[in-house]
Design a protein. Structure first.
Length: 335
């Protein structure tokens, strides 16, 4: 086995904010902290290892997935993200931003802003931004621990106060801020708004979206829960126990982050132990990795990977014996 192929433990990037803060767990500029490639960033790994790291993902492009933990002491701004096409045409960036959230914790009464209470128009949206009445047509959705939400590009949204969540998104920092609750930034000035660009990409139809339907199944010796199945990223919550279980990479890099206890990952003859909320990537050419925990019972792990295809993922769940109608219903949420 190539000595450069082993689990890469990543150093997170802290991003404090007036509403709380973020920890960017897996991002193109995060450096590796262990082994012979310590100090190299994910971007460096793309260049140095190419297909050994990424499989068939083009190495010249930014690593396609970004994962974060967001801790919202106060509400985040109301915002929207562009599609790939708009990002390429207007911002000259490869990726727009479709994202999803898995709720780690939520205080009683915590809620999200998720779309509109009714159909609206760009003219009404601009008028309400100008006169301060936008909040009257923002749709609020209560949240609880364990919920997941899918936000395609163009979805109006805001994370409310008292929520801690795990975010998986396309690798992009394109955010169009619409309303910031009349706050000022660290410089004492209101943060920049992007009303016109937001208007270009917003979906103005009434929203009915809520928490997604998740799907539990057993595969490769592990209990798994399918959370999100977008064409750009698969998100699962898996359970590691003291009994080692092996996962195939399927020619894709695998991203792991334990939530509540330590997690041991072995790949390429190297074993690393992650603390809760520490992140590691197993390279595609490792072919297999083995997970286990020394916790008395089990460790819950967030597991993210760019999929080979949504069809292949659906086939994996079907192969675990799940009813085809349930699989179709789950996959349709992200069509």
């Amino acid at each position: 086995m190539n000595s450069a192929l082993y689990p890469y433990v990543l150093e997170p990037k802290a991003a404090p904010a007036i509403w709380g803060g973020e920890s960017w767990k897996c991002w193109d500029t995060n450096p590796v902290t262990n082994g012979p490639l310590a100090g190299a960033t994910i971007a460096d790994l793309r260049t140095k290892l190419g297909a050994d790291f990424l499989g068939t993902i083009p190495p010249e492009r930014i690593f396609p997935v970004l994962t974060k933990i967001i801790d919202a002491h106060d509400a985040l701004s109301v915002q929207v993200h562009p599609t790939d096409a708009y990002a390429q045409r207007v911002e000259h960036q490869q990726n727009g931003k479709t994202e999803c959230w898995y709720i780690f914790d939520a205080k009683p009464g915590a809620e999200l802003v998720l779309g509109w209470t009714r159909d609206t128009t760009r003219a009404e949206y601009e008028r309400r931004v100008a006169d301060g009445t936008l909040g009257e047509i923002l749709r609020r959705v209560p949240v609880r621990r364990g919920d997941a939400f899918y936000l395609p590009a163009g979805t109006l949204h805001a994370i409310g106060a008292g929520i801690v969540l795990f975010e998986t998104q396309q690798a992009s920092d394109l955010t169009y801020r619409i309303f910031d609750w009349n706050r000022v930034g660290a410089d004492g000035k209101p943060r920049q708004l992007h009303v016109q660009k937001a208007g270009d990409v917003l979906d103005f139809h009434r929203s009915t979206a809520g928490a997604t339907q998740q799907l539990a199944y057993r595969f490769e010796g592990m209990q798994r829960t399918a959370v999100i199945a977008d064409s750009r990223f698969i998100v699962e919550r898996i359970v590691a126990t003291s009994e080692p279980a092996s996962l195939a990479t399927h020619d894709r890099p695998l991203i792991f982050m334990p939530v509540d206890h330590t997690l041991a990952i072995e790949a390429g003859g190297v074993t690393v132990t992650l603390e809760p909320e520490q992140c590691a990537i197993v390279p595609a050419a490792a072919a297999w990795c083995t997970l286990s925990t020394e916790a008395r019972s089990e460790t819950h792990v967030m597991f993210v990977t760019p999929p080979a295809s949504r069809a292949a993922y659906a086939a994996q769940i079907l192969g675990a014996g799940i009813d085809p109608h349930r699989v179709d219903s789950f996959m349709a949420q992200f069509a």
